[in-house]
Design a protein around this ligand. Structure first.
Ligand code: FES
Ligand code: FES
Length: 169
């Protein structure tokens, strides 16, 4: 059976008629061509498919696309601001937290959800926020360092926007 779906992805509204069994990650990758969202286990264990649904990190392999009807989805493609990487992406690169990169989109979105709610997290809070995201390469420490570095970068950017004096030294 096919049903109509209306969904907003990275700020763009889409309307499609889709099979009821289509998962959200299948819809994003196959229907919209947003292949930044990865499929690892396809059963909710690895977190590679993590996207934000109304700001909440969810494993898109475990959500039917029709369950996301009317909701706002953020994928890794929606994180950068045009050619400018999001501070989370910059921090992941700078700290050497990306090796094969397969887990990275999901990690980045879990970090974003954390920093949106908790702009100055502890390392323990970062670990908890990333507990559903598995990485086979890095050993996690650099990813945690990246999340903390991103928090600092975002706080600095917010301070600049708020007109705080800038230290140019
Ligand atoms: S692919 Fe969705 S949790 Fe592993
Ligand atoms: S960088 Fe390879 S799985 Fe995380």
């Amino acid at each position: 059976m096919k049903y109509p779906l209306s969904i907003t992805v990275n700020g763009t509204p889409y309307s499609r008629v889709i099979d009821a069994k289509t998962t959200l990650v299948e819809f994003l990758r196959q229907e919209l061509g947003l292949t930044g969202t990865k499929i690892g286990c396809a059963e909710g264990e690895c977190g590679a498919c993590t996207v934000l649904i109304d700001g909440i990190p969810m494993t898109a392999c475990c959500v039917l696309a029709l369950e996301a009807h009317g909701h706002h989805i953020t994928t890794i493609e929606g994180l950068a601001d045009g050619p400018d990487l999001h501070p989370i992406q910059s921090a992941l690169i700078k700290t050497g937290a990306v090796q094969c990169g397969y887990c990275t989109p999901g990690m980045a979105l879990s970090i974003k959800a954390l920093l949106d709610q908790t702009p100055d997290p502890t390392a323990t809070q970062v670990r908890q926020a990333l507990s559903g995201n598995l990485c086979r390469c890095t050993g996690y420490q650099k990813i945690i360092e990246a999340a903390l570095a991103a928090a600092a970068m975002m706080a600095e950017q917010t301070g600049k926007k708020d007109g705080e004096p800038q230290n140019n030294q």
